[in-house]
Design a protein around this ligand. Structure first.
Ligand code: EPS
Length: 391
């Protein structure tokens, strides 16, 4: 743990987002073009608000790469906020003259960080909380996640995500998913008819000034058996993934494989039979099914890692809920600026990024080395070791 270390900084309407990653091996091919596609994917999805028309996220590599290869030194990234030009006074870094009146936010939004954040940090202006609590920060996570994916791509690890539900509309998930169709779908749904119904649900919420949440699923192929560990609680791969996923803004739940549904079945209908060697295809030690979602005993099994997560409706409502004023404690309507009706399609991309970060960390813990060649040698040795013990 802590092999792939990273930090983000940045306020939603500040100058931009800064990221530092420490622990990448030297010699990994990396360019800004490797990060771009996920930033574009995160900005899309039906139901976003006006902000996404302003931003055009691009991650600039400020340090850690020379001539297209990582140096083993910290990688520094920068994503500019295009909206900053509209906030230079309200979000000025330097003190502003007392003559300039800065309108404070005091009408706290239920469901946001406003109330506990303002009280905990002693603020009189809720903006000091909401700027950092904003999901703008997920752009930083996606940039870091794209770097993690670039490392894992060297070993054939592939990430996908899709929308399983929006506003209670459940997707009819096909047995084999056409991932290009998911990327082309306005809500990133694997079934067009279900996606259409989801779009209708978003359209129905908008005139009511309301928001909608949903469920996303991430599938990761190509992770070998043996990442994570059974020996201690904080080394368990599923525990680490759960923490990372639930740390994403508005995420309220996570499940692996059969998840909550598995809790209602008998054991014989949940546990995945281990297949004998004459049935292994490609990988060693295959299972007949994947209800375990690719992780058993806190370790990857070699099957696809399948994680689903619940995303609550975002709390900034155009028709605000009743709330309380920070100054007076009296009832008021909650603050409203501008917001999204639905962020579920983008949430899948963010969940992919967090999963990639945890897997890159676990990868470097198991196969770590100062150079990409060293990581590859440890990986190759591990794969070769995954054989029946006798014969
Ligand atoms: C957000 C509110 C909206 C979103 C924002 C998250 O921003 P604004 O307040 O500028 O309208 O668009 O998301 C992003 C900026 C982004 O890049 O995803 C919030 O309050 O959480």
């Amino acid at each position: 743990m802590g092999q792939f270390r990273w930090l983000t900084a940045g306020e939603s309407h500040g100058k931009g987002l800064s990221m530092v990653i420490e622990g990448l091996p030297a010699g990994l091919p990396l360019t800004e073009a490797d990060i771009e596609p996920d930033l574009v994917r995160r900005q899309g999805g039906y139901g976003r608000g006006g902000r996404m028309k302003i931003e055009k996220d691009h991650a600039e590599i400020m340090a850690g790469v020379r001539h297209g290869l990582t140096l083993g030194s910290p990688l520094a990234l920068w994503v500019q906020n295009r909206d900053w030009v509209n906030w230079t006074v309200k979000m000025a870094v330097e003190p502003v003259s007392p003559e300039v009146e800065i309108e404070r936010v005091t009408r706290m939004r239920p469901g946001h960080a406003d109330l506990p954040g303002a009280l905990k940090y002693g603020f009189e202006d809720v903006r000091n909380v909401l700027e950092r609590a904003s999901a703008r920060e997920t752009a930083a996570r996606v940039a870091v996640g794209a770097v993690a994916k670039r490392l894992l791509a060297e070993f054939g690890v592939v990430f996908h995500s899709h929308t399983v539900a929006i506003a209670g509309v459940q997707a009819n998930i096909p047995g084999v998913i056409d991932w290009d169709a998911v990327e082309a779908d306005p809500v990133r749904c694997a079934d067009r008819a279900s996606g259409e119904a989801m779009v209708n649900a978003i359209n129905a919420a908008k005139p009511d000034g309301d928001t909608v949440g949903g469920i996303v699923e991430v599938r990761v192929e190509g992770v070998p058996m043996g990442l994570g560990s059974h020996v201690h609680w904080d080394r368990k791969l599923d525990g680490r993934i759960a923490q990372a996923i639930v740390s994403i803004n508005a995420f309220k739940g996570v499940e692996f494989g059969a998840g909550f549904d598995g809790a209602n079945r008998r054991g014989s209908k949940v546990h995945d039979v281990i297949l004998p060697r004459d049935k292994w295809e490609g990988l060693p030690w295959r299972h007949a099914t994947n209800n375990h979602g690719g992780i058993e005993g806190g370790m990857s099994t070699g099957e696809a890692i399948v994680v689903r997560a619940a995303v609550k409706p975002i709390p900034t409502l155009a028709h605000p809920l009743p709330s309380v004023d920070l100054d007076t404690g009296e009832e008021v309507l909650a603050h409203y600026e501008r917001s999204d009706v639905c962020v579920v399609p983008a949430a899948g991309v963010v969940a992919e990024a967090m999963l990639a970060i945890v897997l890159a960390d676990a990868w470097l813990e198991k196969f770590g080395g100062d150079t990409l060649a060293g990581v590859r040698a440890a990986y190759d040795w591990h794969l070769a070791s995954l054989q029946p013990r006798k014969g």
